[in-house]
Unconditional design. Structure first.
Length: 73
């Protein structure tokens, strides 16, 4: 299972590898710097659309894969 912390680690590591400052990435993704700071801190309530914009700006894909059959009562 992917967690907010997993996304945070991937975003921060990729941003650093690309030698981007937080303000530069925020501008490229059209999000606020505060949002990016919170995303990189692993905030579990980060908005999905903005998170996807950041991932897209970094060239990261988000793939959904079913783990097992799930039964919802």
């Amino acid at each position: 299972m992917t967690t907010a912390k997993d996304i945070a680690v991937a975003v921060k590591a990729t941003r650093r590898r690309l030698k981007l400052k937080q303000a530069e990435l925020a501008a490229a993704a059209n999000v606020g710097v505060r949002f990016l700071i919170e995303l990189e801190a692993g905030k579990p309530t980060a908005q999905l659309g903005k998170t996807l914009a950041v991932l897209n700006a970094l060239g990261l894909d988000c793939n959904l894969v079913a783990r097992t059959a799930v039964t919802i009562p």
